[in-house]
Design a protein around this ligand. Structure first.
Ligand SMILES: [Zn+2]
Length: 77
C-alpha cells in the first residue's frame, strides 16, 4: 500500500497529487510524514508551492471582495 499526498482530507480523493489513482492499492493522507510515494515526495516542494499560491490567491480575492462591499456601502450613503 502506497501512501500518496492529498491535501483535502475531508474529500473522497480519486487521484493523488502525483497523478496516481487512489483506491487500488493506494491511499492518501495530508500528513507528509506518512507519505511514502516517491513521486509525491519528489514533487513535495512543487505541491506545497502550488497550494500556497492558491491560498494566497483566495485570500487576495476575499480582500478584493471586502473592498468592493465597502465601496458599495459608501456609495449608498
Ligand atoms: Zn503519489
Amino acid at each position: 500500500m502506497t501512501m500518496h499526498f492529498y491535501p483535502y482530507a475531508d474529500d473522497e480523493a480519486e487521484v493523488a497529487e502525483c497523478g496516481a489513482l487512489l483506491g487500488f492499492g493506494g491511499d492518501s493522507t495530508n500528513n507528509w510524514g506518512l507519505v511514502d510515494c516517491r513521486r509525491c515526495l519528489k514533487r513535495k516542494a512543487e505541491i506545497i508551492a502550488a497550494h500556497a499560491t492558491q491560498e494566497t490567491a483566495i485570500v487576495a480575492q476575499m480582500g478584493d471582495m471586502a473592498d468592493y462591499m465597502r465601496a458599495q456601502e459608501n456609495s449608498n450613503e
